[in-house]
Design a binder for this molecule. Structure first.
Ligand code: MIC
Ligand code: SF4
Length: 649
C-alpha cells in the first residue's frame, strides 16, 4: 500500500484503531483498539472467569454487553447458575446485561448498541453481523474478549481485502440469504481465510440493514476475518428507526481503494439457493431440489430472525396450515421483533398456521431442542449445517432463506418460493418498538464493591497451564481429515452446553463424534498430539475446543491448515498450532505413532524452523511455523493468561 493509493473501508477502520504493528502487508500481526465487546452465555462464563483472573476492576471499553441467548434450556441448575454468575459479574465490572428473553446477541446488538465505524469483538463467530451497519466486527475467543475488556488490543493477522461488487437488484422471492449462499458457492468454506469481505457497488443501495446483516453474519462460514458493508443513508434510516440516529456516521471506502480480489455478483441473476448436507458451501439451486420430502423447517437464528424476515414468513403462512408431515418452528431474533409481531398481528398468523413458536434465542441452531427425527430432512434459515449439529446424527440439514423454508413448510416438499406467485410487500418500519427494559445497566462505580459475584457449583476454574517444555515427546492420539469443525472437537447441544463452565466435565465429550475413545486415550497417555487436514477448527469461536484438549494433555496440533479463530484459541491456551511444510507429509503419520518436536522451545525462541521426528517410522518432517514475537511469548509462557500475568509482573 503506498501513500497514493486509497484505502478500503476495512483498512480505514483498521488504520483508525491501529495501536500495534504495521498494516501495510497482509499477514503482518496488528493490534487493534476495541471499542465494544459482546459475549453470549455459552462462551461468556469462561470469558468472565478469565476477565476476573486478570484483576481489572471495571471494563475499559466504550461499551461491553453480555447476552444470554444460547443456554436457555434449563434442564438442571447449571445454565441458570451461569446466567446468575454473568449477571453479577456485569453489575460489578461495568457491563450491560441482556437478560434471557431479550434475544440473540447479534440481533440485539445490531438493533440497540452497534455503531458504524466502531470496532467490536465478540466471543461468538457471528459477531461480523455488525458489519451490516459498517462496524469492524470480529469473532474471537473468550480470552481475547477478556483482554479487550481490560483495555488490551485485539491481535489479528492483517487480512487481504476482497471486494464483492454488487450490481442489479434481487428478483421477487430471492433473498439476502441467497446472496451469501452464492458467495459461499463461489468461495467455499475456506475461501475467506485471511481476508475481509467488503461489499460495494450499486447493488448495495437495494439492500436493507437486516439483509446486509444476514450477509455479513454468514461471512463467518467463508472463514473470513470479517465482512462489512458501508454505512449510508439506508443505515441512517435504520438507526433513526431504532431511535439512535445520533450514533450514525457515514463510512465507506475511498474511491481509489485497491483490493486484492474482486468478485462480481449480479443480484438480478440470483435464484433461491440451498446449502446441502453437511456444509454451508454445498450450494445448489432450490429448483434442483424440488420434490425432496421435508420433515422439519426451522426459522430464526442470528442469520435470519429480523422483523422483516418474520413478517415475510407470516405473510406466506397467513390463512394456511403447515403441512401435516412437517414440524415448523419459529424463533424471532429479539424481544423487539417478537413484541412487534405480537402488536401487529403477524404472530397470530404464525400461530394460526400451526408454527411452533419458540423463545427468542439460538434454540435449535445450537441443538437446544428441536432435533429432527431420525434421518429427517430439516430446512433451516440458520448458518451452519455441520453433521450432527442439530442433535440428530443422521439428519439431513439444508440452509435456506425464510421464504424457501416457509414455502416448503406449507408444501411438505422442497419448494422454490417463486412458485407462490406475487410476493408479499413488506416495508421497513419508520419506528421500531423501543423498550430496553431487559437490559440491566451496571452498578455505579461507587457501588461496585458492594456487588457480590454468585458462583454455582458447576463453575470450575480455568484448566492448569504450564510453560512450553524444551522438547515435546508425545504420541498421536487422534488423526482426522479436512474441514474438522469446532462442533466435531467440542460438540454443543442441550446435553453438553451446560458444561461450558466446567472444563473437566466437558472434556469427556471432546471429539467423541469422531472417536468415542479419544478422551479416555488422552487420560491414559497423559499427553499427546492431534494430526488434522485442511481448514482445521472451522466454525464456532468456542475456546472450549482448545481448553478441553489442553485439559486432556494435548501439546500440539499439526495440520494442513487452520481456521483463524481456532488457531488463535490454541495459542491462547498454550497449545502449539503447527502446519506441515508439505501437505503430503500428513500421510506419513498414523494414529499411535510416537512423535517428537526436538528443542521446540529453543527453536521457537530463536525463530528457527521446527521439525517433527516420527520416532515410529524414523522419518523427519519439516513443519511451517510463522509466529509473531507476541505469539511466541504466549506459547513459551503457557498461553495468554500466563503471558498477561508475566507481562504485568
Ligand atoms: C455457534 O454458532 O456455533 C455458536 C454456538 O454460536 C458459537 C459459539 C459457541 O460455541 O458458544 C460460535 O459461533 O462462535
Ligand atoms: Fe446462536 Fe446459531 Fe447464531 Fe451461533 S449461529 S449465535 S448458535 S443463532
Amino acid at each position: 500500500m503506498t501513500a497514493s493509493m486509497g484505502y478500503t473501508l476495512a483498512q480505514k477502520l483498521i488504520k483508525a484503531h491501529l495501536v500495534d504493528g504495521d498494516m501495510s502487508k497482509p499477514g503482518n500481526e496488528i493490534g487493534l483498539r476495541i471499542d465494544q465487546t459482546l459475549t453470549q452465555d455459552a462462551t461468556g462464563t469462561m470469558a468472565y472467569l478469565e476477565f476476573e483472573a486478570m484483576g481489572v476492576p471495571r471494563v475499559k471499553t466504550e461499551r461491553s454487553v453480555a447476552y444470554i441467548d444460547h443456554n436457555t434450556l434449563q434442564t438442571g441448575f447449571e445454565n441458570a447458575d451461569d446466567h446468575r454468575y454473568i449477571q453479577t459479574v456485569c453489575k460489578k465490572h461495568g457491563l450491560y446485561f441482556s437478560r434471557p428473553g431479550n434475544g440473540i446477541c447479534h440481533q440485539v446488538h445490531l438493533e440497540r448498541f452497534g455503531i458504524p465505524g466502531k470496532t467490536l469483538i465478540g466471543s461468538d463467530s457471528h459477531t461480523p453481523t455488525g458489519g451490516g451497519i459498517g462496524m469492524l466486527a470480529f469473532g474471537a475467543g473468550g480470552l481475547d474478549v477478556a483482554v479487550a475488556m481490560g483495555g488490551g488490543p485485539y491481535y489479528i493477522s492483517m487480512p487481504k481485502m476482497v471486494r464483492v461488487n454488487l450490481t442489479g437488484r434481487l428478483q421477487p422471492w430471492v433473498a439476502a440469504k441467497d446472496v451469501i449462499l452464492e458467495v459461499l458457492r463461489r468461495m467455499s468454506v475456506k475461501g475467506g481465510v485471511g481476508k475481509i469481505i467488503e461489499y460495494g457497488g450499486e447493488g448495495v443501495k437495494t439492500l436493507s440493514v437486516p439483509e446486509r446483516a444476514t450477509i455479513t453474519n454468514m461471512g463467518a462460514e467463508l472463514g473470513a476475518s470479517t465482512s462489512i458493508f458501508p454505512s449510508d443513508e439506508i443505515t441512517r434510516d435504520f438507526m433513526r428507526a431504532q431511535g439512535r440516529e445520533a450514533d450514525w456516521v457515514a463510512v465507506g471506502p475511498d474511491d481509489d481503494a485497491v483490493y486484492d480480489e474482486v468478485l462480481d455478483i449480479d443480484l438480478s441473476a440470483l435464484c433461491p439457493l440451498a446449502a446441502c448436507p453437511h456444509s454451508p458451501d454445498a450450494v445448489k439451486p432450490v429448483e434442483e431440489l424440488g420434490g425432496i420430502k421435508v420433515d422439519q423447517c426451522c426459522i430464526g437464528s442470528c442469520t435470519n430472525s429480523s422483523l422483516m424476515d418474520m413478517l415475510k414468513v407470516a405473510a406466506i403462512l397467513k390463512g394456511k396450515t403447515v403441512h401435516p408431515d412437517v414440524s415448523l418452528s419459529i424463533a424471532p431474533g429479539s424481544k423487539q421483533v417478537y413484541n412487534m409481531l405480537a402488536e401487529n398481528g403477524a404472530l397470530a398468523d404464525l400461530i394460526a398456521a400451526g408454527a411452533r413458536i419458540l423463545e427468542c434465542a439460538c434454540g435449535p441452531c445450537i441443538g437446544m431442542g428441536q432435533s429432527p427425527n431420525s434421518g429427517g430432512v430439516s430446512l433451516r434459515t440458520f448458518n451452519r449445517n455441520f453433521e450432527g449439529r442439530s442433535g440428530t446424527a443422521d439428519a439431513q440439514v439444508y440452509l435456506v432463506s425464510p421464504e424457501t423454508a416457509a414455502a416448503s413448510a406449507l408444501a411438505g416438499v422442497f419448494t422454490d418460493p417463486r412458485s407462490l406467485g406475487e410476493p408479499p410487500v413488506i416495508t421497513m418500519p419508520d419506528h421500531f418498538l423501543i423498550n430496553d427494559n431487559m437490559i440491566v445497566p451496571p452498578a455505579d462505580e461507587a457501588d461496585m464493591d458492594k456487588v457480590e459475584i454468585v458462583r454455582g457449583p458447576n463453575i470450575k476454574p480455568f484448566p492448569k497451564t504450564s510453560p512450553l517444555s524444551e522438547t515435546i515427546d508425545a504420541p498421536v492420539l487422534l488423526k482426522v481429515g479436512d474441514n474438522i469443525t469446532t462442533d466435531h472437537i467440542m460438540p454443543a447441544g442441550a446435553k453438553i452446553l451446560p458444561l461450558r463452565s466446567n472444563i473437566p466435565a466437558i472434556s469427556e465429550h471432546c471429539f467423541v463424534r469422531c472417536d468415542p475413545e479419544f478422551p479416555a486415550r488422552c487420560k491414559a497417555a497423559g499427553k499427546g498430539i492431534i494430526i488434522g487436514g485442511s481448514n482445521y477448527g472451522q466454525g464456532s469461536s468456542r475456546e472450549h475446543a482448545a481448553l478441553a484438549p489442553l485439559y486432556l494433555g494435548i501439546k500440539a496440533v499439526i495440520v494442513k491448515s487452520f481456521a483463524r479463530i481456532h488457531a488463535a484459541n490454541l495459542i491462547n491456551a498454550g497449545i502449539l498450532p503447527l502446519t506441515f511444510e508439505n501437505e503430503a507429509d500428513y500421510d506419513r503419520i498414523s494414529l499411535g505413532d510416537e512423535l517428537c518436536l526436538p528443542n521446540v522451545r529453543e527453536r521457537l525462541q530463536k525463530g528457527e524452523p521446527i521439525v517433527l521426528e516420527n520416532k515410529t517410522t524414523g522419518e523427519t518432517i519439516p513443519l511451517a511455523s510463522q509466529f509473531s514475537a507476541r505469539q511466541v511469548a504466549m506459547l513459551l509462557a503457557g498461553g495468554l493468561l500466563d503471558y498477561t500475568r508475566e507481562s504485568k509482573a
